[in-house]
Design a protein around this ligand. Structure first.
Ligand code: PLP
Length: 396
C-alpha cells in the first residue's frame, strides 16, 4: 500500500481548507454513489486492464518524452516535452474521459452528460461515448457554439447532442449550470466532468486518471537520464487537470519544483485576465470550495484569455492547496507571451503547440536555470485547433 500523500484529499474531499461537495440535496445520492465506489473501481484489476489497454491502443500511450535540443540550447537547460499533444483527439483530456466512461459503465450508467467551453472536453467525451455506444449530451454556451463551430461539428458527427445554454453570459459557467440542472432532473445520468473541478470525488478521480502522465515521466526520465526526478515540472492551469497529472507522482518529492502557469490575458491587472491565484480569493464554484475570481458580492468575474481552455474563473481545490501551501509556484503568461512561445516552438522544434500549452512554454524565458537543470514541460495539446488564431496574429 502506498503511503498516504498529504496532497490527497481527506475522506470528506478536502485538500487543507479546499474542496468538499457543495451540492443541492437532490444530487446527493448520485455523488454519494460515485464517492462510495470510485476508488474501488479504479483500483480493480478489471478496470486497470481495460483502461491501460485503451490508453495504449486507442489513445496511443505512452506519449513520448522528448528532449527538445534546440529549445534546450536556447534556454540553457535540459528541456523535455511530455507529448500529450500526440494523443488521439490531440490533448490530455482523453485520459480522463476514457477513465470516467469506464467508471460510468461499471456503475451501470448508459447516459452521459458533460459541459464544455471551447468544445475540447465535449469532443473528448463524445469520442468515448461513440467508442462505448453510450448516449451523449453536451451542454455548451450559445456564444461558445458560435465561436467554436468546428468542435460543435465534431461532436455532432460523433453522435452527441449539443444543447445550447442561453442564460447569463452564454459561456462555460452557464453551460455548467445547465448541466447541473439537467442532472438534478435526470439522476440516472452520469456527469462526466472535464477537469479537477466540481464536487468531491471529481477532483480526486480526475487527478488519478490523469496521473498516468507523471507515472510515465518517471520511467521515461529514468531511461533517458538515470534519474526519475526532474528538477522542475511546468504545466499550464485552466481547471488544473493536465498539471495535476504531470505533478501527481512528484507532489511529495519536495525537491521537485512544480510550476503552474495561469493565463494573464491582456495583463494580470488589465481586467481581462484568468490569473486566478493572483486575482481570486476563497469561495465556492461548481460544488467545491476553492480560489476563484469574484466581485465583492461573490459574483463570478468573467475570465479572459486568448486560450479557451484556460479561460476559467477558478482553479481546482488541489491547485488552491498547492498554491496556499506554497508547494507549487504559480506564474502567469499573457496572450502575447503565449503566442510568441508558440511561434518559437514551431520554428525551432517543428511542433505547433496548443495555445494552452504555449502558456507553459512562455515561462521558460522568465526563469533563470542552473547549469544542467532538468525541466519537463507538459505539452498538454496540439495547435491544430488554434491555427486561425495563430495566423491572425502572425501579422501583428
Ligand atoms: C482543456 C485544456 C487545458 C486546460 O485544462 P486543465 O484541466 O487545466 O488541464 C490545457 N491544455 C489543453 C490542450 C486543453 O485542451
Amino acid at each position: 500500500m502506498k503511503i498516504k500523500s498529504k496532497f490527497h484529499p481527506d475522506k470528506n474531499g478536502y485538500y487543507g481548507q479546499f474542496g468538499g461537495a457543495f451540492i443541492p440535496e437532490l444530487l446527493y445520492p448520485n455523488v454519494k454513489e460515485l464517492e462510495d465506489n470510485y476508488i474501488q473501481i479504479i483500483q480493480s484489476d478489471e478496470f486497470q486492464e481495460e483502461y491501460k489497454a485503451l490508453l495504449k491502443d486507442y489513445v496511443g500511450r505512452p506519449s513520448p518524452l522528448y528532449l527538445a535540443k534546440r529549445l534546450s540550447e536556447k534556454y540553457g537547460a535540459f528541456i523535455y516535452l511530455k507529448r500529450e499533444d500526440l494523443n488521439h483527439t490531440g490533448a490530455h483530456k482523453v485520459n480522463n474521459t476514457i477513465g470516467q466512461i469506464l467508471v460510468a459503465k461499471k456503475l451501470g450508467k448508459t447516459k452521459i452528460i458533460a459541459e464544455t467551453g471551447a468544445g475540447q472536453h465535449g469532443v473528448a467525451t463524445a469520442t468515448v461515448c461513440a467508442l462505448m455506444g453510450l448516449d451523449c449530451t453536451v451542454f455548451m454556451g450559445e456564444k461558445d457554439i458560435e465561436r467554436q463551430a468546428p468542435n460543435v461539428a465534431r461532436m455532432k458527427m460523433l453522435g452527441a447532442k449539443v444543447v445550447p445554454a442561453t442564460s447569463g453570459s452564454k459561456t462555460l459557467k452557464d453551460a455548467t449550470n445547465e448541466a447541473i440542472r439537467y442532472w438534478i432532473q435526470h439522476p440516472e445520468t452520469f456527469y462526466l466532468i472535464g477537469s479537477v473541478v466540481g464536487p468531491h470525488p471529481y477532483p480526486d478521480m480526475v487527478a488519478r486518471l490523469q496521473a498516468v502522465i507523471s507515472e510515465e515521466i518517471k520511467w521515461q526520465l529514468k531511461e533517458k537520464t538515470g534519474k526519475e526526478n526532474p528538477d522542475t515540472i511546468i504545466a499550464c492551469v485552466g481547471g488544473g487537470s493536465n498539471a495535476a497529472g504531470a505533478f501527481y507522482h512528484y507532489m511529495d518529492d519536495e525537491e521537485v519544483e512544480l510550476i503552474a502557469v495561469e493565463a494573464s490575458g491582456l495583463g494580470v491587472n488589465s481586467g481581462e485576465s484568468a490569473a486566478t491565484s493572483q486575482l481570486g480569493d476563497v469561495g465556492i464554484i461548481h460544488g467545491s470550495k476553492t480560489i476563484l475570481m469574484q466581485d465583492e458580492y461573490g459574483q463570478i468575474i468573467e475570465p479572459y484569455s486568448i486560450s479557451a481552455g484556460l479561460d476559467y474563473p477558478g482553479v481546482g481545490p488541489l491547485h488552491a492547496y498547492l498554491f496556499d501551501s506554497k508547494r507549487a509556484t504559480f506564474m502567469d503568461a499573457t496572450d502575447k507571451e503565449a503566442l510568441n512561445a508558440a511561434y518559437e516552438l514551431t520554428k525551432i522544434e517543428g511542433i505547433i503547440p496548443a495555445l494552452e500549452s504555449a502558456h507553459a512554454l512562455a515561462v521558460l524565458s522568465k526563469i533563470k536555470f542552473k547549469k544542467d537543470q532538468v525541466v519537463v514541460v507538459n505539452l498538454s495539446g496540439r495547435g491544430d485547433k488554434d491555427l486561425s488564431t495563430y495566423i491572425k496574429h502572425l501579422e501583428d
